[in-house]
Design a protein around this ligand. Structure first.
Ligand SMILES: NC(=O)c1ccc[n+]([C@@H]2O[C@H](COP(=O)([O-])OP(=O)(O)OC[C@H]3O[C@@H](n4cnc5c(N)ncnc54)[C@H](OP(=O)(O)O)[C@@H]3O)[C@@H](O)[C@H]2O)c1
Length: 252
């Protein structure tokens, strides 16, 4: 059974990815900080789908994360991997602490970069594999109230697009999933209502997995596709930022 990895797998979208990957016959490597929650999910998924599930209670922002990845890759070589974990503190940039901002970088930028380098290296050596980085429509332009988070999501888009081109020749499909709002515990905590085009986590995970082998970027849902086109490409930057501001102002 080929191994599928999900970093950020204890709830929400990551859990939906894990369920679907198990349903498609993968053994799982699940990573998140809350070990007990992860163990519970692993037992449930393992029993339901009859697959092996290995759990790592770890913080992707920790200094030792890369070392762990090297070890785990030897134990459970990744055939497909999703980097889903994220940190999204909400509020005006100047009100966020410096340590909070650095945690955004460590979780959303440094960790997926290392994840792509280490797992991508193993996949390229094996001559096949797929890697999905989770990003957001917020990463298509400046997004007030989540400015640092959005900037790291832009990094994931550009990184995945570059790797999509570089690694294809080595048999590795790299994609970025540029999601709009998703019904997850994280989104429910941050938002008082639902943005237009909000999707169930299972729908987003399925769209991303079904996209493997396609173009560099997948945006699940037609409303989000339209938003990505209009706000991300057609509108002048100034207008795109103010439209995004009217959506992100509601968060908090
Ligand atoms: N929800 C949305 O509306 C939305 C919209 C666009 C894009 N996205 C993107 O979709 C992804 C998932 O969103 P979500 O709403 O499901 O997120 P979430 O509810 O915050 O869940 C994230 C998952 O990652 C884990 N995690 C967070 N920080 C971690 C860390 N430092 N180390 C290890 N695991 C960590 C969490 O588990 P533990 O707490 O147990 O560690 C959890 O399982 C994110 O990349 C987000 O940027 C979400």
């Amino acid at each position: 059974m080929p191994w599928a990895w999900v970093a950020g797998a204890s709830e929400g979208l990551g859990l939906a990815f894990a369920e679907l990957l198990a349903d498609r016959g993968h053994a799982l490597v699940l990573i998140a900080r809350r070990g007990a929650v992860l163990e519970e999910a692993a037992a449930r998924i393992g029993t339901r789908h009859g697959v092996r599930v290995v759990v790592h209670a770890a913080d992707v922002a920790d200094d030792g994360f890369a070392e762990h990845l090297h070890t785990w890759c030897l134990e459970t070589p990744p055939a497909i991997a999703v980097f889903n974990a994220a940190y999204a503190p909400i509020g005006e940039f100047l009100e966020l602490s410096e340590s909070d901002l650095l945690r955004v970088i460590d979780t959303n930028a440094r960790a997926p970069l290392l994840f792509a380098r280490i797992l991508g290296g193993h996949m390229a050596a094996a001559g096949s594999g797929a890697l999905i980085l989770m990003s957001s429509l917020a990463g298509l332009q400046g997004s007030p109230n989540v400015a640092a988070y959005a900037a790291t999501k832009a990094l994931n888009i550009v990184l995945a697009e570059g790797l999509w081109s570089e690694l294809r020749a080595r048999g590795v499909n790299v994609h970025v999933c540029c999601a709009g709002a998703i019904r997850t515990p994280g989104y429910a905590k941050a938002s008082s209502g639902e943005a237009p085009g909000t999707l169930d986590a299972e729908v987003v995970a399925r769209a991303a997995l079904d996209h493997v082998g396609g173009g560099p970027r997948i945006t699940p849902g037609w409303i989000n596709k339209l938003a990505a086109l209009v706000v991300g490409r057609w509108l002048p930057r100034k207008l795109a930022i103010s439209i995004m501001a009217s959506a992100t102002r509601e968060l908090g």
